[in-house]
Design a protein around this ligand. Structure first.
Ligand code: GLN
Length: 488
């Protein structure tokens, strides 16, 4: 399947080259053919998709909506509640959960006329960097089926990369949009904390979780974010901040842009292929008139340990609601209430989720709270201050997205520290609430690699502008996985 942008598809739908129904049927067929290999979707929603597509066709014919997403087939990470549709969060615990309502993000995309093809695979409760903790099994990377697609939004990333949908939603708590985007060769955007509503997005770590987009291009990300962003009275952490027109500023001139390169992210042990690929992208920026300067984020070595106190603490609290009484899995023939809780939770959760709950309850328990949780929150402030100081000198910060390209399925499953280090470069953004995105750079040994760009709070427009400029002068984002891997 050739590379196609949302804008091209939207044009073709409007000139009547094909209908949304035809386009949707085509994608459903691709999913039926290719998904058994990739395992990128947990469920498909043919009936809803075809209904939405025919509704879109009516609107297209009557010229009633100019939204570029009208009639465009997308997918949702299975962490977003979808009315009347199974919402599993990648867990046995919620395998039987049919959501009674739509997440705000889903509702907004529905209203814009996007077509929902299905729900994508993910690490269980978004805990993981490889999509291997999913109760529904690992997802295969369309660039190399022996490799992981990254995680936790691995299903969304693989689906977009393999052309099983045009765009997908994802969530990012420590890197779960940007890292899989990087490993699958696509564009992943994590907006500022509070920019996109968390209502109906199943909670992992509430002070970190943020919904965002997985798309082929930056322009596609801007089109998606335009619909998804904005204040939501149903989410108390959503921020009342005006939503600019993201497409208007995409082409703005970036000459004189100050790019900061944090020396801690380009340490001597950085993989040389990744370093070269990022350096090539930065050289393009210099050609566009940007100025590069070295900066320092001195607390970078504390980012991963801080995250692995804060995130488990919040997860242990959030996941207490799965008690076998109100939602999800309930054990057979409970003897008493304690037995009901214990067996429902033991059977419903997988090993990584249990590990996080144990760490979380430990760091929050009396006597340890001050030593771990409080301390981590203090360090989080130091990390935020590093960025504040850096952004006084530069407009954007650029780093590699992931320390490695896609790794082998199984390779890190018995080494948690190795797995946790997959997010070395992506965790700072959620810890500080900053917006960040990953765009594809040149291939490294035939596998995708990514450039991460970070900006100040609520500067998504700048982030998208800067990233789009690179995609105007390079074609890395148009590369598709090799035909030999999956019949494209
Ligand atoms: N890989 C990280 C974790 O396991 C981040 C996951 C995420 O962003 N949801 O927690």
């Amino acid at each position: 399947m050739p590379y196609q942008s949302i804008r091209e598809l939207a044009n073709n739908l409007r000139t009547g080259q094909y209908s949304s129904e035809e386009l949707t049927r085509n994608f459903l067929k691709r999913i039926a053919n290719i998904n058994p290999t990739l395992n990128a979707f947990i469920s498909t929603t043919e009936e809803i998709a075809l209904k939405q597509a025919t509704d879109a066709d009516k609107l297209l014919r009557s010229n009633e909506s100019s939204n570029l997403l009208l009639g465009i087939p997308i997918a949702h990470k299975d962490i977003f509640c979808t009315n009347g549709v199974k919402t599993s969060c990648g867990s046995h615990m919620l395998d039987n959960f049919i959501s009674p309502y739509d997440a705000t993000v889903v509702e907004k995309l529905n209203r814009a006329g996007a077509v929902m093809l299905g729900k994508t695979n993910m690490d269980e409760f978004a805990m993981g960097s490889s999509n291997e903790t999913s109760w529904y099994g690992a997802v295969q990377n369309p660039w190399d089926l022996t490799k992981v697609p990254g995680g936790s939004s691995g299903g969304s990333a693989a689906a977009v990369a393999a052309g099983l949908c045009i765009a997908a939603t994802g969530t990012d708590t420590g890197g779960s949009i940007r890292q899989p985007a990087s490993l699958c060769g696509i564009t992943g955007l994590k907006p500022t904390y509070g920019r996109v509503s968390r209502f109906g997005m199943i909670a992992f770590a509430s002070s970190l979780d943020q919904g965002g987009t997985l798309t082929r291009s930056v322009e596609d990300a801007a089109i998606m974010l335009q619909v998804m962003a904005g204040f939501d009275p149903k989410d108390s952490t959503s921020v009342e901040h005006p939503v600019p027109n993201y497409l208007d500023s995409l082409d703005a001139d970036i000459s004189g842009l100050r790019i900061g390169l944090p020396k801690e992210y380009f340490a001597a042990n950085l993989d040389s292929g990744i370093a070269d690929s990022v350096t090539a992208a930065i050289a393009e920026y210099q050609k566009l008139g940007a100025k590069v300067q070295d900066i320092s984020l001195p607390h970078s070595n504390l980012v991963v340990p801080t995250y692995y106190v804060v995130a488990p603490a919040e997860c242990s609290s959030n996941l207490a609601r799965y008690d076998g009484v109100r939602f999800g899995h309930r054990c057979e023939n409970p003897q008493d209430l304690m037995d009901l809780y214990q067996r429902s939770r033991s059977e419903g959760f997988g090993p990584e989720v249990k590990r996080r709950i144990m760490i979380g309850t430990y760091v929050l328990s009396a006597g340890y709270y001050d030593a771990y949780y409080l301390k981590a929150q203090q360090v989080r402030q130091l990390i935020a201050k590093d960025f504040e100081e850096a952004f006084a000198e530069v407009d954007v910060i650029m780093t590699p997205t992931s320390p490695t390209t896609a790794f082998r399925i199984g390779e890190r499953m018995t080494d948690q520290v190795a797995m946790y280090l997959s997010d070395l470069y992506t965790i700072a953004a959620p810890l500080t609430g900053l917006p960040a995105l990953s765009i594809p750079t040149s291939l490294v040994n035939g596998l995708p690699s990514g450039l991460q760009i970070m900006a100040k709070h609520f500067e998504e427009a700048k982030l998208l502008n800067v990233a789009h400029k690179l995609q105007q002068v390079t074609d890395w984002h148009t590369k598709m996985p090799p035909k030999s891997v999956i019949d494209m």
